[in-house]
Ligand binder design. Sequence first.
Ligand code: OXD
Ligand code: MN
Length: 632
Amino acid sequence: MSNAFETILKSKMSEQSYRKIEALNNPKVMEFIGSFAEHCDPASIYVCGDSEEDKQYVRDQALSQGEEHPMALSKQTIHWDGYGDQARDKVNTKFMVYKENLERMKSLNSVEYEEGLAEIMDISKGIMNGKDVVVLFFSEGPTESPFTIPCIQMTDSWYVAHSEQILYRTAYNHFLKMPESEKDHFYRFIHSAGEVDERKCTVNLDKRRIYMDTQNNIVYSMNDQYAGNSIGLKKHSMRLAINESGKNGWLCEHMFVMAAVNEEKNRKTYFCGAYPSACGKTSTAMIPGEQIVGDDIAYFRNINGEFRAVNVEFGMFGIIKDVNAKDDPLIFENLMKDQEVIFSNILKGPDGKPYWLGMGVEPPDEGFNHSGEWKKGNKDAKGNEIDIAHGNARYTMRLDYLANIDKDGFEAKDGVMVQGVLYGGRDSDTTVPVEESPDWKDGILLKAATLESETTSATLGAEGVRKPSPMANLDFVSYPLGEYTMNNIKFGENVDNTPKIFSNNYFMRGKDGNFITSKLAKRVWLHWAEGRVHGDYEACETPTGKIPLYQDLKDLFKKYLDEDFAEDTYTYLFTFRCSKWIEKIERTKTFYVKMDANTPKEIFEYWDATIARIQTAKEKYGDLIEPGKYQG
Ligand code: OXD
Ligand code: MN
């Protein structure tokens, strides 16, 4: 195939690499790689296939180029992002929007298309100068399946390439087999860490930009390394998929996929769940005794009338803080084994071992961490003492190392059939630990759209502020929130087997300010939901849904935790708090108004009708309605 970029690509590629892209016979691939080879001007370009040798080459480069460092265990490595590049940069992550779409997109962080393109092209001009670059082919979801979205990543960071090889399925062969009619449809990600210092960390953080072109499915990420900013396949691709799914009647959600296992009844029930950062998402997906399919991103499709889901990813990029032998034994045990793990932004001790916050192990007083050479008591430029590790430090690891992986669900090309969807927020005084929604639409508008949380160290900025988090997906929704909310309603209503929706709240506090149940109680709430899916339990009504009966929870606490669950604890936890709920819905309404996000009138009418119903209930039963008292 002769092409306009042949000369430049041949000058930067080995013959073998050039042959690999030529074999794809795809002008759009050639154009993508060729045009950025010209514009960003790397020293060399390596094209990765799916082979084990290619994977090994990437790992070796990540070490030899100094972006990763060896640990005491031979297969583990560590990477540090720059001190100011430890979380997603929300301010500089923008949608590039054509003029005619600017009005519709005004509630999202956007830049006019030509202006954004000019800025990012200016920043990226020659940015890869002197660097060795790698091109990789991946698939979101299983390859060659109804869910597959093929993707290409071009990056000058071998840490980014290595991370993606752990986190996603490689898909060079998928690209090779693409039929002519599909050759145009893939996502493109161009990334550069930009100029790096002697620690191989990005220098020009003031020029950090993540610009997303959802109209042409391309994302430009410049001058960053933190994976949430740099890895195309993760949150950038998610925004492209949310946009595409919104137009084509499927969904991309910020959700885990898991199986609740009921051994007594010999059944497996698939749940998906969305929880804002630090609200129990991973720990729910990892409940001991259940099985995990994925921990972060799910695609939903209507396949022959069935609500089916896949985990988009192959690995996990998990928050490591508080992972310890007691609270997260399955993950902890894997982080202690000699198998492929990339640690990021934790401490490498003088013994070459990893140390992090909440590890449950006494850390050394010195070593290397995200600040460089570290000693206990070291302060940063602002005078703040530097901890042994960052609160948003991570581990990158294959999911199938986990003993609790649901192998069938993980590999299934048609995904798994979902029967329950969980939405969990963090709230100390309003929502009950588990409540079933009367139907799908109620679930989206009262459980999903009303989700709230507190900010955590996963994003830049202040911690501990209460904030709205509709569907736990706000950072990634790439078209107006009101339209997205309607699409969620439509998707569930259009399948034959609409799942039940449940809310979760693990953070209700008692009168003394302490949490009421142990972390393990999640298993009980999940198994009540599992039983409800199969019609095993009766429930009592509240103005917003259905809650468990005391006796069923008492039995479940005994069965799963061998604990006695007291009736007064049940009454306290499951009391319906009228004023608190009205305030919560009012906050949601205010937020949707503030977002000015094409929210249909019927959504506001629904919330007003719910508030009126709660108000009537309050007049009839009082502000606090104990379980069993409400009769509609
Ligand atoms: C993540 C995030 O890292 O949502 O998954 O920030
Ligand atoms: Mn996430």
